[in-house]
Design a protein around this ligand. Sequence first.
Ligand SMILES: [Cu+2]
Length: 282
Amino acid sequence: MLKRLYVFVTALLASAVIVGNEAMAEQFRSTPWQMGFQEPRSPSAERIFAFHDLLLWIEGAIVVFVLALMIYIIIKFNAKSNPVPSTTTHNTLLEVVWTVVPILILVFISVPSLKLLYFTDRTANPELTIKVTGNQWYWTYEYPDNNEIEFDSVILSDDELEEGQPRMLSVDNALVLPVNTNIRFILGTNDVIHNFAMPALGLKLDTTPGRVNETWVSINDEGMYYGMCSELCGVNHGFMPISIEAVSKEAFNEWLVDAEEEFGANDSDEDETVKLAAAVSQ
Ligand SMILES: [Cu+2]
């Protein structure tokens, strides 16, 4: 009996692995009961998460220090153990110390903080430019340097989901990007403030009406990345997820050929439209 169960479970696991390998790429998203961040998958994310860990150590040390001081005071200076309180109100040295030490801590933090801010701000050598536009309530992606590819990315309803696609995170057209490439993002919006956020890549930037924001990413690993709009943008705010499919450079170039056909600007079509419009107006 036990042996049969073992064979069954092994077969089940093996089939799951095979299906997993064939049917879908690795998925990068938050998981139930996850503690902490997702694994960082871009140079920016690696640095952001490392900086977060450094801050956590500094904060932890401050919390422990203040807590220890308070416990000491409670024990040493309560009414029972210290019936006659001191009437001291000022101590110049102490006041200078508790002003200067926090300033020094902030100055110490500001150095890696500013370095990180400039690192994530923009890339000097973009190899690919992507224009992201937020809409109520979906995303539009454009590849301005690749025959002006442009398509909308809309959430899949529950009955449209294929096996393995996470609910509420999957879209009809994912943003396809090559790995290990410096990709410049230009972010804008057609209506209200949205936020383009992809946790595993350390991306999170508002799309603001009337202005253009810029950031960049280089993706370390191939796979499907899942994020979502992270700015309250209206009634369907929770239904505009972001899917990025990161593929090898070769696969990306292959995809570009098809995508330029399907989503690219078609000059001959435009000419037809212009001619037609001219004919109609006559
Ligand atoms: Cu939004």
